[in-house]
Design a protein around this ligand. Structure first.
Ligand SMILES: [Zn+2]
Length: 252
């Protein structure tokens, strides 16, 4: 992995936080995004002295720390309480270069109802169908992940998958490759889980049985590739964040 463009990456992370807010994956002030800047370091969205929530994230909210949490950061900035989510995923998964943690209400509702994560839909949302088909793990604990040992349990549940649902809490999604791309990839994966959760809740509410789509239909759902699934969707999401967001600059 080459050296990332740190300032560009800080903007990407700040924008990703705004995207999570406008898409409803985070509410108010909870949730964070990170990206790897080296073998032992990451940029992460924390809190400054005038925290206004994810929708109003600015570049200064994103600072660089090491995997042990130390770093030369502004005195009035603090890392998220759940920093171990990010550091332990990055420690355990050398392929991962970005981590998204969010509390999407639909994902939380589906998780506490213990609804299964099945490929209920096909062409409606191909990435969601493929994620569900390949398996969406659930970490059964609802604890705040402030300690390394809790984060290690969560990472075990994640395994080598791109997402893990945290029961009664939210989700963690990861991305890989070039870090700015990875941030966008992790956001799109989080959105896919949210999309599936909404459909699952709506279908379950009818009382109808939840049945995966047939294998022959799954076989007709191609992976449309990162140019479509990540790059195009990211352009849409970035535009939404700009038009539906606060309209305040990322660098005030
Ligand atoms: Zn959380």
């Amino acid at each position: 992995m080459g050296l990332p463009d740190v300032e560009g990456l800080r903007e990407r992370i700040a924008l990703a936080c705004r995207v999570l807010a406008v898409t409803g994956l985070v509410e108010h002030i909870l949730g964070h995004v990170s990206a790897r800047t080296g073998p032992d370091s990451l940029l992460v969205r924390g809190r400054g002295p005038v925290e206004r929530g994810l929708a109003f994230t600015v570049v200064d909210d994103v600072q660089e720390v090491r995997l042990d949490g130390s770093g030369e950061v502004p005195a009035d900035w603090s890392a998220p309480g759940e920093l171990p989510i990010h550091t332990e995923v990055l420690r355990a998964r050398s392929d991962v270069t970005a981590v998204v943690h969010a509390h999407p209400p639909a994902v939380v509702a589906a998780s506490v109802a213990d609804l299964p994560w099945l490929p209920l839909v096909g062409s409606y949302d191909i990435p969601a169908a493929r994620l569900a088909h390949d398996g969406i793990p659930v970490w059964p604990r609802s604890a705040l992940i402030r300690r390394r040992d809790l984060a290690e349990q969560m990472v075990s549940a994640l395994g080598h998958r791109p997402v893990v649902v945290l029961r009664g809490h939210g989700l963690v999604a990861v991305g890989s490759g070039e870090p700015a791309h990875a941030v966008a990839e992790a956001v799109t994966r989080a959105l896919a889980v949210d999309s599936l959760a909404r459909i699952t809740l709506a279908a379950a509410a009818t009382g109808a049985p939840l049945r995966p789509i047939p294998a022959e239909d799954l076989a007709e759902l191609p992976d449309l590739g990162p140019a479509f699934n990540v790059a195009s969707l990211w352009r849409h999401l970035a535009a939404r964040a700009e038009h539906e967001g606060p309209g305040t600059p990322l660098r005030p």
